[in-house]
Design a protein. Structure first.
Length: 183
């Protein structure tokens, strides 16, 4: 079972460039949406199964969020190219900057024995869900050629950015201000 759980995480990493190519080179939006859906749902199942069967691991805790970031990165770039959207590119860059920042905070906190400061929060899980929902909305809009759905996806991407920044700020405060008060 442990290998199956890990394969779900690795699936997201391996399928990300394929989805990118389906969107950018081939305009196979239906296949891209199907694979994106499988990748998104695998994010839920690997965590659920690991907790249910008590198979959580250090490698899983590290690789799972990285797999999410890789998937989101490839889709954001594909959508920016395909839709020729400065908006998606800019908002995506802000969200990815937060991801790099939080990764740096996690490394810093690991070195300072303060890992609780950057433990994954419920809001961070909601953030990932909103990001995946927005990106799925864009791919669906491309598939059915619907500009209103593109507009709604823009709104959800903005919402995702706001939640992304909020969680990054929370992690920063917990890393610097709360840890300073303990000293």
């Amino acid at each position: 079972m442990n290998y199956f759980i890990q394969s779900l995480t690795y699936f997201r990493i391996l399928i990300s460039p394929i989805i990118f190519l389906l969107i950018t080179l081939y305009d196979f939006y239906g296949w891209a949406l199907f694979l994106f859906f499988l990748a998104s749902i695998s994010d839920y199942w690997d965590g659920f199964l690991a907790r249910k069967f008590n198979l959580t691991s250090a490698i899983g805790a590290v690789m799972d969020p990285i797999a999410d970031k890789i998937l989101i990165l490839f889709i954001l770039i594909a959508l920016t190219i395909t839709l020729e959207s400065i908006y998606i590119g800019f908002v995506g860059a802000i969200m990815l900057t937060r991801e790099f920042w939080v990764a740096a905070l996690r490394d810093l906190n690991a070195r300072n024995n303060n890992t609780k400061a950057t433990d994954v929060t419920f809001l961070a899980k909601i953030k990932t869900s909103i990001q995946l929902f927005a990106l799925g909305g864009y791919i669906l809009a491309l598939l059915i050629n619907n500009s209103f759905l593109l507009f709604l996806s823009d709104f959800f991407l903005l919402t995702a950015m706001i939640v992304t920044l909020k969680t990054g700020l929370t992690y920063s405060i917990q890393s610097f201000l709360v840890s300073d008060n303990k000293s």
